[in-house]
Design a protein around this ligand. Sequence first.
Ligand code: ATR
Length: 295
Amino acid sequence: MEKAGKGRRGIDGHTLLAGVIGWPVAHSRSPLMHNWWLEQYGINGAYVPLPVAPGQFDTAVRGLQAAGFRGANVTIPHKEAACRIVDRLHRSAQRSGSVNTLVFASDGKIEGYSTDGDGFVANVEAHGVSVKGGRALLLGAGGAARAIAASLLDRGVAVVMANRTRARADALAAMLEGITVVDWEQAGDILPSCTMLVNTTSIGMEGAARARFPLDLAQADPALVVCDIVYVPRQTALLEWAATHGLRTVDGLGMLIHQAGLGFEKWFGVTPVVGPEVEALLDADLHHPAADGAG
Ligand code: ATR
C-alpha cells in the first residue's frame, strides 16, 4: 500500500487510481467517499468520476486497465456491459446479474463483483441486527432487489417478494432459487410472519410519485426490522411509519457507504470504517442543492 500521510494528498507516479464509470456521473457521491477515506488512511490514491458514453464502455475499461488503474465502480447505464467484459465473474455478480465493481487483477484479468447485496447486509448488521435465518418480505423486483435477495438467501433468510408488476418478480424468482412470490396487493398477508421488511422500490424517493405500500404495519410482529434502501430523504415515510409502531428501522444511506467500502478494500487494501463521520459527510452533501438522489 502507498502511504502519503494524512492530510492533503499529492498525485505522483505512485498514486493508486480508481474511479466511477457512468453516464451521467457528475451526481455520484462515490468520489466524495473514496477520496475522504484515502485521506483518512493516508493512502497515496485518487478516485475520479469517469463520464463514459454508452457504446464507449469497453474502450474506456480497456484504457483504464492499460493506464494502470486498480479498478472502477460501474453505475447506470453500464452495469450489464460490465458483466460482459469481465474475465472472472464473482459469485456475487453472477447471482445479482450485474457488476458494480471492477478489479484489474495483477495477472491482467478483469474481475467483476456486485457489492450491493453484501453492502445491504453489512449495513443492517452495523445497526445491530443479525442477518441469519428468518423471513424477509422484499418489496420490488429491480436490480437492487435481486442483489439484496441473493445476499439474504446466502445467509439462510427465506425471501418473499412482492412487486407491482408480478411478472418481474416471477422472472427473478426463476433465476434465484428460494424466492417465493406473492401478489403486490397480498403482501400484507405475509407480513405478520416476517422478521424483516425491505423496500427496494422507488416509493418514498424524493421526486417520485406518491404511492401506498400494500400492507399495514400494525399487523407486524413487534420484532420486525424495517429497512428502506431509499436515502433521499433519509427518513422515508415508511421508516417514520415503522417508528410510530415502535419497530426497529434501518435507513438506506449506510448501504451506499458499505457497498463503496467493499470496493475500496479491493483496490486500496484497507477496510474503511463506516462510521458517523463519513455518514455526516454524505448526509451534508445530499442536502446540497445539486443532490439528485443517485449513488
Ligand atoms: P433498481 O434496479 O434500482 O432496483 P428499477 O429496476 O427501476 O430500479 O425498479 C424499481 C422498482 O420500484 C420496481 O420494482 C418497480 O415496480 P415495477 O416493476 O412494477 O415497475 C417499483 N416501483 C416504482 N414505482 C412504484 C410504484 N408507484 N408502486 C409500486 N412499485 C413501484
